[in-house]
Write a protein that binds this ligand. Structure first.
Ligand code: SF4
Ligand code: SF4
Length: 137
């Protein structure tokens, strides 16, 4: 199974090798989708954990125990791509680069990179994006 989480770090936790410890001890794969972490000021990671249900639950418990704020991301971005006119306006607000223009100037959407921040919802002049509370499998 896969689950996405937002992890919030205090400044004292930024220096610790938390991600490698999760992989070694709890047998989960971690895909970092977005990172905003700097020494001295804490930070935030958006990660996707892959593994058994038990391994993911144990990983989340461990993160909570050491003081990392863990929020599961249960929302999903819905994109009506068939009506897109490839204007590119949404790409300017998408920092994880889930939305970008390809070499032929057509919009490319990589759902795996989307952190469901919702910024593209307002950015699209045709209102082709919406955010649902449903979680994908
Ligand atoms: S919600 Fe939109 S702007 Fe935010 S990461 Fe996903 S595609 Fe990019
Ligand atoms: S802003 Fe809307 S119409 Fe323009 S490229 Fe993005 S999805 Fe397509």
């Amino acid at each position: 199974m896969k689950r996405r989480y937002a992890l919030r770090f205090s400044p004292t936790l930024v220096e610790q090798p938390i991600v490698s410890k999760l992989v070694r001890i709890y047998d989960v794969d971690i895909n970092i989708l977005n990172a905003d972490v700097a020494s001295g000021r804490g930070g935030k990671l958006i990660v996707e954990l892959s593994g058994s249900s038990e391994a993911i639950q144990e990983s989340v418990s461990y993160l909570n125990e050491i003081g990392i704020g863990v929020s599961e991301m249960v929302k999903e971005l819905i994109f009506q791509d068939d009506a897109c006119i490839h204007c590119g306006a949404c790409t300017a607000v998408c920092s994880p680069r889930a939305l970008r223009l390809g070499k032929d100037a057509t919009l490319l959407f990589d759902a795996a990179l989307c952190v469901v921040c919702g910024l593209c919802v307002q950015a699209c002049p045709l209102r082709l994006f919406s955010v649902s509370d449903e979680r994908g499998a």
